[in-house]
Design a protein. Structure first.
Ligand code: PLP
Length: 429
């Protein structure tokens, strides 16, 4: 008999609630149900044509090769140019990014996993601003580390706690603070002062600052994202320390609706970059060269045609407006702070203690004209027990009309669920 034995680290890994919902939704779709999949941040915007053209050109060379472990110079150069250009347009001081500061990874997911493997020993801790992108927990678990929450709350507009509160959470095992702005799932864009607060704590306590900026381009209001690369303490010694602490994470997934292409970036100084490149090399050998050419084509294109991203932002803003209007109309008792960035809305249902059962009921047992909605119960975005249990996250990934229809379906499913629960508790005659 074959005795199954697995590594201890596998015990800490389980499919995320986002993926669980996705599997159920896909099964229902395969059986003919129409499901608005608002449970996953999978943008539906058509990708920029220059991506496909660059892929074709590379494919036509007939040479698809291994890539250098740090990534293709062409993409690293183009991305550095894009980033400097982005910050120059904001007219704020910023660190000038050189090709040497850029490492290519298999999406931001792998950039984060490689970072955790590169900086954490088993038992080490990373502080994360909560609510947070729930897969971080698994990425860190692979390295044997543990996430600890810096709590923020919808009621306070997800404002960061004062520095003294954050410092109390630091232990001898803390290796880094992870900040994600614009934030998934809250939509919060942290102010320059808040980003500086985290940066200052990191350098005072010799921690890395991991800044996940994959939604930089996705702003839903006039507020622009502020990058850790724009922090300027007006003090040479502190600025120098900060340069050595920064690990900035980015991705082509959201910017270009290229989630399936799996290209991400780490921006850091040596020697961090070299260490992380070794982790990338030893976990993947290298990143797909043809996809890197395609993504370089996309970044090259937006340098000369920023209209692609302006139009993309406009699409999400229209969806957001339609969604907020539909929430006001159909779900007046729900608390839904308007996000400033990324493309998610958090909905808090004060009538529930735990919204998981309702989310499954709506997906699996409810429909209007064979249509229903998949959402993500939000408890998995929190580490603090009990938080987020009556919240869901929806992603703005379908047209304004479909967003409106989805909110209507959620409202009708709510009525049906109340009825279903009332019938469950009614005593048998
Ligand atoms: C905040 C955040 N970071 C990282 C990722 C992972 O992105 P990628 O597709 O590049 O792995 C996502 C994906 O949804 C995300 O929302």
């Amino acid at each position: 008999m074959f005795a199954e034995r697995y590594a201890d680290r596998v015990e800490f890994l389980s499919p995320s609630s986002i993926r669980k919902m996705m599997a159920i939704a896909r099964d229902l779709i395969a059986h003919g149900k129409t499901v608005y999949e608002l449970n996953i941040g999978q943008p539906d915007i058509r990708c920029i044509p220059e991506f496909s053209e660059a892929i074709d050109r590379k494919a036509n060379t007939g040479q698809i090769n291994y890539s250098p472990i740090v990534g293709e110079t062409y993409l690293r150069e183009t991305y550095a140019r894009y980033l400097n250009n982005f910050f120059d347009h904001q007219k704020r001081p910023h660190l000038v990014i050189d090709t040497e500061n850029v490492l290519i990874s298999v999406g931001a997911s792998h950039a984060l996993t490689a970072t955790f493997l590169g900086i954490c020993n088993p038992g080490d801790e990373v502080l994360v601003v909560e609510p947070y992108f729930s897969p971080y927990k698994g990425f860190l678990a692979v390295a044997g580390g543990t996430l600890r929450a810096i709590p923020t709350r919808a009621e306070d507009d997800f404002a960061l706690p004062p520095a003294e509160e954050i410092e109390k959470l630091i232990t001898p095992r803390t290796r880094a603070i992870l900040l994600n702005s614009p934030n998934n799932p809250s939509g919060k864009i942290y102010s320059p002062e808040e980003v500086e607060r985290i940066a200052r704590i990191c350098i005072e306590h010799s921690l890395f600052i991991i800044s996940d900026e994959v939604y930089r381009e996705m702003t839903l209001s006039d507020q622009e994202a502020f990058s850790v690369l724009q922090v300027d303490f007006a003090n040479d010694e502190m600025n120098e320390k900060l340069k050595n602490a920064i690990i900035m994470i980015d991705s082509a997934s959201k910017t270009f609706s290229l989630c399936g292409v799996r290209i991400g970036f780490v921006v850091a100084r040596q020697p961090i970059l070299e260490k992380l490149a070794l982790v990338v090399a030893h976990t993947t050998a290298c990143v797909s060269d043809i996809m890197q050419y395609g993504v370089a084509g996309a970044y090259d294109a937006i340098l000369s045609q920023p209209s692609y991203l302006q139009e993309m932002r406009q699409v999400y803003r229209e969806r957001l407006e339609a969604t907020i209007a539909a929430i006001d109309e159909y779900l007046p008792n729900v608390i839904a702070p308007k996000p400033s960035g990324a493309f998610y809305v958090m909905l808090k249902f004060p009538e529930f203690e735990d919204i998981t059962e309702f989310s499954h009921f709506m997906l699996e047992k409810f429909n209007i004209g064979n249509e229903t909605v998949a959402v993500t119960p939000a408890a998995s975005f929190y580490l603090t027990p009990g938080f987020g249990r009556n919240e869901i996250r929806i992603a703005l990934v379908v047209s304004p009309e479909k967003m409106r229809r989805s909110i209507y379906i959620i409202a009708e499913a709510l009525k049906a669920f109340r009825q279903f629960k009332a019938n469950q508790v009614r005593p048998m005659l």
